[in-house]
Design a protein around this ligand. Structure first.
Ligand SMILES: Cc1ncc(COP(=O)(O)O)c(C=O)c1O
Length: 392
């Protein structure tokens, strides 16, 4: 009856069932995996947001494959403010970054073709690829004490086959928070030229960098050495995932880019999934981004300082170098069964964290917490987590 795309179990796992039963029993859970900004106690400019969504123009239906010009102009303006020259013509609107991935896989890959994505990274790739009948192949990121997480370019190159169609780069990556550097981009461009591949950059967290590394590729927008798609959206840029507005920016060698855009128009035109109210609101909403991003950055900084101060007292806990994003990774230098620890922490201390395997770390010994968490919850949750880690 059903398609063979569904290769995964529809049953919830042990941790989710435990969480559900605790919540059903009214237990207060300290959730250190919270990544939903609308549930993290931020102050949104409600009046401005709601007013922006009430534009009378939204009463007209004006189907446009690439998306309404006013919205694309607003997004181009956002890139201009970051020092990038972007024309509205290079932008295609989607309802979410996830939908952007689906469109790009339809554009680039036949069923059974392969795309390469980082490991560790965002767990949704398993589903995004499987639902498009595309094969997900991982390439490793390796942690170096001085440089942080870097792409293992040799392993990536060795993973390219005749079926490979695209390389996915999450910049900065979730959860490692690592940006790619210019040397890595040059190597990726060469591989794309040699093997006829496209680059897909997921830059949803790119506004949340920390530190100023000269070698960092802040955005791949405008990369012309290979066909390059950059995905981003309001979900993280404005902390408004429920608004469902994202975009794909296309750059690359002219002929290839033009053909890709025409084909992408065809895909967009088939679904036309972005609503009129959010497209008409885009300019006004994007104008609110500084205030929102400042709140989020301040929250991340406060939680990170607390985490370092607390974890610094435990010699077997290392907080890994972070260049951006919303997560912190704890590397535990003593035997640690991640699943057992995570379940115990929830069962006995009512604290929820992500075990490293959730993000497909190559080996055991990593715990991941969200720096977006409300500080009161974060501090109590971290204290309980570290106490359990310190217990014999
Ligand atoms: C790396 C990464 N890309 C994309 C998304 C999803 O973005 P969207 O809400 O636009 O689908 C997330 C969500 O957490 C993410 O972590």
């Amino acid at each position: 009856m059903f398609s063979s795309r569904f290769t995964w179990s529809l049953h919830t796992n042990w941790l989710s069932r435990l969480l559900e039963s605790k919540r059903a029993a009214g237990v207060e859970i300290l959730d250190l995996t919270e990544s939903n900004p609308t549930q993290s106690n931020f102050e949104y400019d409600e009046k401005e947001i709601l007013a922006a969504l009430a534009a009378p123009e939204a009463l007209r239906y004006e189907p446009s494959p690439r998306g309404l010009l006013a919205a694309r102009q607003a997004i181009a303006g956002y890139y201009t403010s970051l020092g990038r020259r972007v024309t509205p013509d290079a932008l295609h609107l989607t309802a979410s970054t996830s939908e952007g991935y689906a469109y790009l896989f339809k554009l680039l890959a036949n069923p059974g073709d392969e795309v390469l994505a980082p490991q560790p990274s965002y767990p949704l790739f398993d589903f995004l690829t499987a639902l498009e009948s595309v094969q997900l192949i991982h390439y490793p990121l390796r942690y170096h004490a001085a440089q942080g997480w870097r792409i293992d370019i040799e392993m990536l190159a060795a993973s390219i086959s005749t079926k490979t169609r695209a390389l996915v780069i999450v910049n900065p990556n979730n959860p490692t928070g690592s940006f790619i550097n210019h040397d890595e981009l040059a190597a990726l461009n060469s591989l794309c030229q040699e093997h006829d591949l496209a680059l897909i950059f997921d830059e949803v967290f790119s506004d949340y960098g920390c530190g100023h590394e000269a070698q960092r590729v802040a955005t791949a927008v405008g990369n012309t050495a290979a066909l390059t798609f950059v995905l981003s959206g309001l979900s993280k840029t404005l902390g408004l995932p429920q608004m469902k507005l994202a975009w794909i920016h296309v750059s690359g060698p002219a002929a290839l880019r033009e053909e890709a855009q025409e084909r992408l128009d065809f895909i967009n035109d088939t679904y036309l999934s972005v609503g009129a109210p959010i497209q008409h609101a885009a300019a006004k909403l994007l104008a609110l981004r500084q205030a929102m991003q400042q709140q989020i950055q301040a929250r991340i900084a406060e939680n990170e300082v607390f985490l370092h101060a607390q974890a610094g007292t435990l010699p077997f806990v290392e907080i890994l170098k972070r260049e951006g994003g919303w997560c912190a990774i704890l590397a535990i230098a003593k035997p640690l069964a991640e699943e057992k620890f995570t379940v115990n922490l929830l069962e006995q201390d009512n604290v929820l964290i992500h075990p490293g395997y959730f993000f497909d770390f190559e080996k055991e010994g990593f715990l991941v917490v969200s720096l977006l968490t409300d500080p009161a919850i974060f501090q109590e949750g971290v204290a309980r987590m570290l106490a359990r880690l310190a217990a014999p």
